[in-house]
Write a protein that binds this ligand. Sequence first.
Ligand code: UDP
Length: 166
Amino acid sequence: MILTRVRCARVLQLTLAIIKPDAVAHPLILEALHQKILENSFIIVRRKDLIWRRSDSERFYAEHKGRFFYQRLVEFMSSGPMRAYILAREDAITHWRELMGPTKVYRARYTSPRTIRAQYGLTDTRNTTHGSDSPESAEREIAFFFPEFSVQHWLEMEEPCFRAGH
Ligand code: UDP
C-alpha cells in the first residue's frame, strides 16, 4: 500500500492514532484531543470508537511481550472504550508523535511540557495516546483497526483535491 499522495500540492501521509481508555474516560480530555487533531490540520480519514478484547490488545502489542510493562499495558488497553483514527497530512507520522511527546509521562513533563502526554498523561502506561512510529507500522496498524479501508478507494472517492484533479 502506498501511503503518500499529492493533495493540492501537499504530500499526504497516513498514520494511525489512538486515544487510549484513560483519555476517553474523560469527556473534556477526549474533546481537547479531538480539537488538537483538527487544529493541526489533520484530515480525519476514518474514526472508530471500540473496546478491545484482551486478545486484541495482546496481538497489537505482541512486539512488547516479555517486557516488564506488557501485562499492565495489555490489561489497560482492554479496560474500556478507546477511539482510533486514520489521520492524513504532510508528515503525519512525525507530526502526531511530536504532539504526543515522549512515552514516559514524567519525562514528557520535564522535557516537553506542552505535549499531550505531559498535559494529560497519568502514568507511563496510561499515557493518553498512541501513534504509528513508521510508514510500515502505520500500514500494519491501519489494517489492524480498519481492515475494510482501502487507501486507493479513499483517494479516488473521497479525497477532494485528488478527485478534483489538482
Ligand atoms: N509503556 C509502559 N511503560 C514503559 C514503556 C511503555 O507502560 O516503560 C506502554 C505505554 O502505554 C506505551 C506503550 O507501552 O505507549 C507502547 O510502548 P512504545 O515503546 O511503543 O511507546 P510509544 O510508541 O507508545 O511512545
